[in-house]
Design a protein around this ligand. Structure first.
Ligand SMILES: NC(=O)c1ccc[n+]([C@@H]2O[C@H](COP(=O)([O-])OP(=O)(O)OC[C@H]3O[C@@H](n4cnc5c(N)ncnc54)[C@H](O)[C@@H]3O)[C@@H](O)[C@H]2O)c1
Ligand SMILES: [Zn+2]
Length: 360
């Protein structure tokens, strides 16, 4: 193993660094113990990332390539069937290794296809977006969207390793940087006040040391899920912004206005859930204003008709367990501290969406 850049070793090694792929050229153990290698790419990472991977690790040049179309609308069961079909045609078996080379869509669907094919084949994640580096590639959640619901079908399945080479970020658009930055803000707000203080004055330009920030984020996520890998308790902390965010994302996939990225959707979710945190979880209104102003200033705004608030709440009700017309939320108590299992009235959820609408 290339131990120099391992920042976490259990339950699987996570390597992080700029240019670290070069060091994997001699990693006989990681790749050679498998009968064959398969790389899953999407229609962008095949051009932007695969050549760089092959240049650094020539032994991967002979791997079978499976390509899917890029983007969230393709994170579905039909694409999964295409991947399973390609696995079958390439005689993939439990001695094979799948390498997911891409953003969160590739690691979610690739991990899902791998963990279900022949009852589970090994896979590793090589994330290529900021969002996948700071969040999606670690933690062992896989899945696809179904019936317009986000991650409606999925598994808990750990990769054999995660290799995060921040050099892949150089070809990402600003829109995609912001998409990942949303999860980074979430991690800071739920668990690391010092990180939030740093982020709120940081300029999003080429001077950013992403390696340092991603290491902090992976450590935050790892610490939270270490004792709760199957989301029975504290792992729900990571859902901050996601109860409303996922409903917004699902809504935007099926309504005309514009398709939101995952990050844009959870920004809306965080603004609404900060509002709810003030009303129901004693979050200081000063910090709430500071957070919401920052998010509204740095992320694009999304307008939807006021009358569709009920549709968004309906998506939430179907997606999440609701008891006595209340839905469970993770809310902020302070900056850097959140609480789970807060049951929120539908009427307050509607108010929070109205709160968002008055600023867009
Ligand atoms: N499993 C988890 O714990 C978890 C956590 C957070 C998010 N997610 C999931 O992650 C997904 C979002 O991930 P994402 O934002 O990475 O989306 P994505 O995978 O769709 O990538 C965004 C876009 O960037 C392109 N791209 C990828 N790498 C590139 C590169 N280096 N240069 C240029 N273009 C590149 C992709 O082709 C795509 O068009 C959502 O489906 C979300 O549900 C999962
Ligand atoms: Zn997310």
């Amino acid at each position: 193993m290339n131990s120099a850049n391992i920042i976490i070793n259990e339950p699987y090694p996570i390597h992080i660094g700029s240019g670290i792929l070069k060091g994997f050229n001699n990693e006989k153990e990681l790749f050679n113990s498998f009968s064959d290698l398969v790389i899953l790419v999407d229609s962008n990472t095949v051009d932007y990332c695969l050549p760089w991977l092959n240049m650094n690790i020539p032994q991967l040049a002979s791997a079978n390539i499976i390509k899917i179309e890029s983007g969230e609308p393709n994170k579905n069961i039909n694409t999964t069937i295409d991947i399973w079909k390609a696995f079958s045609e390439n005689y993939v078996n439990r001695k094979s290794l799948l390498i997911n080379l891409g953003g969160g869509v590739v690691s979610d669907i690739g991990g899902f296809a791998a963990s279900t094919f022949k009852r589970g084949i090994p896979f590793i994640n090589i994330p290529t977006t900021l969002l996948a580096m700071a969040d999606a590639s670690v933690g062992g959640k896989t899945g696809v969207d179904l019936f317009n619901f986000k991650n409606h079908v999925g598994t808990f399945a750990s990769p054999n390793a995660v290799i995060i080479d921040t050099d892949f970020l150089s070809t990402l658009s600003m829109e995609q940087i912001l998409n990942g930055y949303a999860e980074i803000i979430k991690h800071a707000l739920i668990a690391d006040k010092a990180l939030w203080k740093k982020l709120k004055i940081m300029k999003l330009d080429s001077s950013i040391n992403w390696e340092e920030i991603i290491i902090k984020n992976v450590r935050i996520k790892h610490k939270i899920i270490k004792n709760d890998p199957f989301e029975k308790g504290v792992r729900k902390l990571l859902n901050f912004g996601h109860t409303i965010g996922h409903a917004m994302e699902s809504y935007s996939l099926s309504h005309g206005e514009r398709k939101l990225t995952h990050g844009e959707a959870i920004i809306i979710g965080m603004i609404c859930e900060v509002y709810i945190s003030v009303v129901q979880n004693s979050l200081d209104v000063f910090y709430a204003n500071e957070i919401c102003s920052y998010l509204l200033l740095n992320f694009s705004k999304y307008r939807f008709p006021h009358k569709n608030i009920s549709k968004i709440v309906e998506i939430m009700k179907q997606d999440k367990k609701n008891i006595n017309n209340k839905i469970s939320f993770t809310l902020l108590r302070e900056v850097g501290e959140a609480t789970i299992d807060n049951f929120v009235d539908i009427s307050l959820i509607e108010k929070s969406l109205e709160y968002y609408l008055q600023y867009v």
